[in-house]
Design a protein around this ligand. Structure first.
Ligand SMILES: Cc1ncc(COP(=O)(O)O)c(C=O)c1O
Length: 398
């Protein structure tokens, strides 16, 4: 039986709302985007949400709103997708790549401190020792949140802003001494979510920037639409004005009502879909636990102080496994099972190698990524499909 890496869970409500949007004649940013923003902000417990056409756009306008500029540097985990560091480069600033925690793949703050130390000693790439490090952009890999309380304390100590790459982390939370905190609920200066096709809720392409700071929200909204003054949003309402003012060199990043039509109903089912993914994760655990006990495979976990979004179910081969990860992927591919890898760390890509990064700069990520693969996990996955994947994985490694 073929099992795709991902199958979106789209139902009659989404389809009907999209048709309704088309019938309404209002295709671009309008009432459905406004509703999606309100309901998303309420779902994470944030003051304001600004809808954009991707998480990349959200992180870009967030860095711009926070004043990132040429010559600055930002701490970015190497274990992430291209976008997190790319938006730093857009500003002419430098991403300082930070190693990951061996177990969670989240940013390693000890390494972040060590990298800053190297920078101050003039021993990090060709950066000037007085380069100002202005921000940090943690990533919740796979939907497992890092401890944002600790991250914010670290940021406060170094006077850094925080942009949380929460592309995988909806809905997700962590618990600290004060209780539970949802990604986006004041967990960072700006929290950025993705609604790309295979994300935990989707609008096809889309994103959301969430903040409790009104000034940042206004600036991000303005930058998302060509830097037009905020009252230009009246253009999108009936009776809106042609008389806008350009106040910044902005971008064209607004979300459409057609996309928001999908998002509204995905959002309403977000908890239900998370439960379904959690059940898939639980079944994988059951079916693969013996391989974990014999040390052949490491499985992901949901610690008691985390609510995992289960965007990814990443497994890891033993360091001395008889087969290598790429062989396992090939064997699963031959069995028509889709897999993915998250990720080749940034410092091992040509763009960053050319900037001077070497495998030894982030040794944990350099080692673990080669043993890691992501199995199919999606809300409509049938038990027979989970069993098929687990059996094929077992056959590939044992
Ligand atoms: C960690 C992470 N950040 C950012 C993004 C970018 O999201 P988008 O495609 O919505 O721009 C992705 C996309 O896969 C991602 O995995």
């Amino acid at each position: 039986m073929a099992v795709p890496y991902y199958r979106p869970d789209l139902r009659a409500e989404e389809i009907e709302e999209v048709c309704e949007t088309l019938r309404s004649g209002w295709l671009t940013t309008g009432p459905r985007v406004a509703r999606f923003e309100r309901e998303f902000a309420a779902a994470v417990g944030a003051e304001t949400a600004v809808a954009l056409n991707s998480a990349t756009a959200a992180m870009h306008v967030a860095t711009a709103a926070l004043g990132l500029r040429r010559g600055d540097a930002v701490l970015v985990p190497t274990m992430t997708f291209a976008a997190t560091a790319e938006v730093v480069l857009y500003a002419g600033a430098t991403p300082i790549l930070v190693d990951c925690d061996e177990r969670t793949l989240g940013i390693d703050l000890d390494d972040a401190r060590a990298k800053i130390e190297r920078l101050r000693e003039g021993a990090l790439l060709d950066l000037e020792p007085d380069t100002s490090v202005v921000g940090v952009m943690p990533v919740h890999v796979g939907g497992l949140m890092i401890d944002m309380t600790e991250l914010r304390e670290f940021a406060a100590e170094l006077d850094l802003w925080t942009i949380e790459d929460a592309a995988h982390a909806f809905p997700a939370s962590y618990r600290d001494a004060k209780g539970w905190h949802t990604a986006g609920q004041n967990t960072a200066s700006v929290s950025c979510f993705s609604f790309y096709a295979n994300k935990t809720i989707t609008t096809g392409e889309g994103g959301m920037a969430v903040t409790s700071r009104r000034d940042l929200a206004d600036r991000m909204r303005c930058l998302s639409l060509h830097g037009l003054s905020s009252d230009a949003w009246g253009r999108y309402r009936s009776g809106g004005s042609w008389d806008y003012r350009i106040v910044a060199a902005g971008f064209k990043y607004n979300l459409t009502d057609v996309a928001a039509a999908i998002g509204i109903h995905q959002l309403a089912r977000a908890e239900e879909m998370r439960e379904a993914r959690r059940e898939v994760a639980r079944r994988y655990d059951e079916l693969l636990i013996d391989l974990a006990r014999t040390g052949q495979l490491e499985l992901p976990s949901e610690p008691a102080d985390r609510r995992h979004a289960w965007h990814l179910y990443q497994v890891r081969l033993a360091p001395d496994a008889a087969v290598d990860r790429d062989d396992v992927i090939r064997r699963l591919g031959a069995a028509e099972i889709g897999t993915s890898v998250h990720w080749r760390p940034l410092h091992l890509h040509p763009l960053y190698e050319e900037a001077g990064w070497t495998p030894d700069d982030c040794p944990v990520a350099s080692e673990v990524w080669e043993r890691t693969l992501s199995l199919p996990i999606f809300p409509t996955m049938r038990d027979a499909e989970v069993r098929e994947v687990a059996a094929a994985l077992r056959a590939a490694i044992v």
